[in-house]
Write a protein of this length. Sequence first.
Length: 272
Amino acid sequence: MTTAHSLIVEQLSAGYSDKSILHDLSITIEPGKITSIVGANACGKSTLLKTIARLISPSAGQVLLDGKSVHHVPTKTLARTLGLLPQSPIAPEGITVGDLISRGRHPHHGLMSRWSKKDDEAITQALDVTKITDLIDREVDELSGGQRQRVWIAMALAQETDILLLDEPTTFLDVTHQIEVLDLLVDLNLKKGITIVMVLHDLNLAARYSDYLLAIRKGKVHSHGVPDKILSKEMIKDVFGLNSHLVNDPVTQKPMMIPIGRHKLEPSFEKL
């Protein structure tokens, strides 16, 4: 099992150039749990992940890892604790699966350190957990979308971080591969205790696969808590501007959102 780390966002404001995206946002991430960030497009979900991962410097506030600002944590130390899988990552042309995953070991090496048995074991385990051992010699750009996503997750796992941030890990995947990736993340959380924070667009998948939901509206925390408490018609209307019904997910008994459009659609039947 991994070591539990505290991750706290305090009064965070951040953005790009002169455009502010996050405004005085505060949140405590539950260690060892899965938190999904939801919200409308351009509300600040990806900006929050990038700021936590130190890719963006806040204009105010701070991100605390074990009580210390991430900006005061040495780069390699941070990379050994916290990993980020960005949205639509791009692999170098012609790189093989094995070579890409091995890059996840870089934070564990200094200028004079050599490749070790521990590195091999970390890569072997990452390949095994993501079930892509048979792909190790394939070029990444030859793989399907679902296979590529597993490769990127394997690289993050090889990094052996206790906190994993994922920006829309199911984007561009068909429903089968979406479920496979999310099942994999739940397995990692349950078996290894990895804290997972991910951005998801699908509210129903977020509710099904998460311990906690963080709803963001216009760069601020709208609500945060367990799906049963957070996912409501009022929240969906406030955050997404969408009218909806809520029913119980027949698989998990968690809430499931049924959107209401402007048109009433009647079922149609083909004549036999």
